[in-house]
Write a protein that binds this ligand. Sequence first.
Ligand SMILES: [Zn+2]
Length: 304
Amino acid sequence: MNKTKSISLVVLILTALTFSNAAQAKLNVVTTLTDLRSITSEVGKDLITVESIAKGTQDPHFIEAKPSFMLKMSKADLVISIGLDLEIGWLPSILQGARNPKIAVGQPGNLEVGPMVEPLEVVKGNISRSEGDVHPFGNPHVTLDPIRAGQIAVIIGKRLAELDAEHATQYQANASAFDTRMKEKTKLWQARVEKSGVKKAVSYHKTLTYFFSRFNIENPAILEPKPGIPPTSGHIIDVIKIIKDQKIPVILVENYFDPTVTNKIKSDVPSVRSATVAVAIDGAPKIDKMDDLYEALIKSVEGK
Ligand SMILES: [Zn+2]
């Protein structure tokens, strides 16, 4: 074997090794939402790559099923979504366009976390479309509750461990650390909400249902007359009456909705506070981790 031949053999072997390492290196995860991306990243750390389809500034009910998303999903080992019909308007077309059997519904590469964390507002009996954009399987905005976020981390940790058994212990340890952190911080956040004296709040959509429920805040009025239907002036008058009667101190408007709808309310009830809030990771600057998201929401309740 001459020198050139032996060098090219070495190059060949090295190239083959590099490729085989890359192939088994990192799990490629795609999530529907930034919150799921953030939780997955807490669990997978640098053992995985993860990106989100929706941006944190977008209403997760309405995302365009772009070809670039199909391309991303065509290379994914795992797709993580909320389910409960949240992504029903866009995820099925992306999955179909991706032509990736690994991530088909029912496969280990497809994980829906919402149904596994005790959804609230599950509709019993028949519902009609006249009730608006109702989710019969329950409210899908589960990640706004830090305790459920911890449970979601554990669920994701289990699935990552199944798909990449070699790193199972790390995934489970990371998930459990996040879960513990959320439990500890929730106690502190609950104490702050209690101290703030806020017991009732109005929101635009039922996005904050799980947050309110965890922090013992009642939500007697929603600015949308029905889910997915923008506020009407007649409905706003009803909401103003509820705010006055029940002395509701604060309105939280999810920041991808029109904040000017509260102007009419504030001119009628000057004492009511209104705040525009991010309701997802990347929904506003410096909302990088789930901790930041809850912290910002708690501050809005406190009026800080
Ligand atoms: Zn919704």
